[in-house]
Design a protein around this ligand. Structure first.
Ligand code: DX5
Ligand code: ZN
Length: 222
């Protein structure tokens, strides 16, 4: 079953709780958190405390996408705060195996993220050690960017690498996914679809989540 993961990066933080509840009611499968430190990416967002507050009220798994330097230093705090899935970038994690083992040892699902400019071959070894891979379809740092079309070819190629090397792992895609292209991305091999502005930019977040979830589900029958 393919999953829909709203990214709260584009939410209105004044009414964050209500907006997440609308995603839950609309049928979202997980909530995606874009953690940025102003160093690895040119933007700053939030830390574990936000996840901790949401965990108390949100029944869905929390997915922490860490775009920070020295992620291993903060991973225990994120898992303690309630992250069920934690992903780190292949570009800034020199001891990737150790970091993935740290995440798994704390009881969370471990993922590796890859930027649009990084060759997929950089993932080859990691595929044996992760629970999921996150393919970026925009350069990380901001919501509301345009989907990089080349990502579809990369997605198909990564899907076949996964089938060949470790078919049990999930493939998540993040950036520029909207109503117009979500079916195409799902059909190209994504298991988890992250959507930020395509959900939180809508007038009715509940209805938009429901609509995108239906599109994701329908893509499985195509
Ligand atoms: C970008 C983030 C994405 C982003 C997605 O650094 O990783 O999760 O919030 O937002 P949209 O769907 O607006 O591209
Ligand atoms: Zn993300």
């Amino acid at each position: 079953m393919k999953k829909l993961a709203p990214s709260i990066l584009s939410a209105d933080f004044w009414s964050l709780g209500e907006q997440i509840s609308a995603c839950v009611e609309g049928g979202a499968d997980l909530i995606h958190f874009d953690v940025m430190d102003g160093h690895f990416v040119p933007n700053i967002t939030f830390g574990p405390h936000l996840l901790e507050s949401i965990k108390k009220h949100c029944p869905l798994p929390l997915d922490a996408h860490l775009m920070i330097e020295n992620p291993e230093r903060y991973i225990p705090d994120f898992v303690k705060a309630g992250a069920d899935m934690v992903s780190v970038h292949v570009e800034n994690t020199p001891h990737l195996h150790r970091t993935l083992e740290l995440i798994k040892g704390l009881g969370a699902k471990a993922g590796v993220v890859i930027n649009p400019g990084t060759p997929l071959s950089a993932l080859e070894e990691a595929l044996y050690h992760v629970d999921f891979v996150l393919l970026m379809s925009v350069n990380p740092g901001f919501g509301g960017q345009r989907f990089i079309e080349r990502s579809l070819q990369r997605l198909r190629k990564l899907r076949s690498m996964i089938e060949l090397l470790n078919p049990g792992i999930l493939l998540e895609v993040d950036g520029g996914i909207k109503e117009e292209n979500i079916v195409e991305v799902a059909k190209a091999g994504a298991d988890i679809l992250v959507v930020g502005s395509g959900i939180f930019g809508a007038e009715d977040i509940r209805a938009q989540t429901r609509k995108l979830k239906a599109l994701v589900t329908s893509s499985e029958a195509l």
